[in-house]
Design a protein around this ligand. Sequence first.
Ligand SMILES: CC(C)(COP(=O)(O)OP(=O)(O)OC[C@H]1O[C@@H](n2cnc3c(N)ncnc32)[C@H](O)[C@@H]1OP(=O)(O)O)[C@@H](O)C(=O)NCCC(=O)NCCS
Length: 163
Amino acid sequence: MDGKKVSETSSTIVYQMLPEDANPAGNVHGGVIMKHVDTAAGVVAIRHARGNAVTASIDRLDFHSPVFIGDLLVVKASLNMVGRTSMEVGVRVEAENLFTGEVRHTASAYLTFVALDKNGVPAAVSPLILESEEEVRRNNEAKKRREVRLAEKVRELASKDRA
Ligand SMILES: CC(C)(COP(=O)(O)OP(=O)(O)OC[C@H]1O[C@@H](n2cnc3c(N)ncnc32)[C@H](O)[C@@H]1OP(=O)(O)O)[C@@H](O)C(=O)NCCC(=O)NCCS
């Protein structure tokens, strides 16, 4: 299988936040942002797999600052690492105040997607071609997170077996 570059699948999706996106306090609901994070990451994974890919886990989602109605939500997603069938996507969310141009870093997340074949079985994906030092750094960090993730899964399965 031919390799694919990070730049071939990186995606930026923008949404203007509208009153229907508000929480009871009048700011943007965190769940709305989570949905857009999952969507943007899914676009990257499906572009890399050129087939179906599902969210297997979100192992970290940090909110750094609130988003307000009227802000432009800018969701940037790119592939950090691929395994055999899994792909870790990093997402950075920014909010732009359209009146002032001020841009705030709002949230960051790491999501793992798994490519599935037509029968819903995990399917191998193309290797990832790393071109920049930044991509190599992200790839190394993602490999460490994968080790932690897999170790947690093994621990969880073992504790279920004991229960
Ligand atoms: C994700 C899913 C396909 C994994 O199935 P599985 O039988 O555990 O698959 P396998 O054990 O063969 O593992 C396949 C890959 O998924 C990875 N994986 C499995 N569970 C994972 C998890 N919780 N987090 C991260 N990666 C995971 C494995 O590490 C493996 O990666 P690799 O091929 O790169 O080494 C399955 O759990 C599933 O279908 N979940 C529901 C997904 C869904 O519907 N998401 C939408 C949200 S509602």
